[in-house]
Design a protein around this ligand. Sequence first.
Ligand SMILES: [Zn+2]
Length: 117
Amino acid sequence: MERFCLDCQAVLKGRADKKFCDDQCRSNFNNHAKAIDITLVKQINKILLKNRNILQSKNPNDKTKIKKVNLQNEGFNFTYHTHTYTTQKGSVYFFCYEFGYLLLENEEVLLVKRNEI
Ligand SMILES: [Zn+2]
């Protein structure tokens, strides 16, 4: 069975466990993989920071109840958060850095701020 270089897709000759034509292809491939990693991290950081800024702008007094749609309209991304905080009663607050929210009934959210980690 023919095997192909992971970087340039050329047909590989030689040892069965060979993955690249040569060191050039190997380092090319690894650098590209790193670049993709960094791009992904940057994208997620950007989302987290945007989320944080939205929470901050909607919560000037450290505790506010608003409609969930108000966050969605600003482009809030509910998939990403930095950490969670579970109260003794079992309520789970989602945080983007120091700003957090608790999903309530009736499509509302309680916005909070915690200054300590
Ligand atoms: Zn190659």
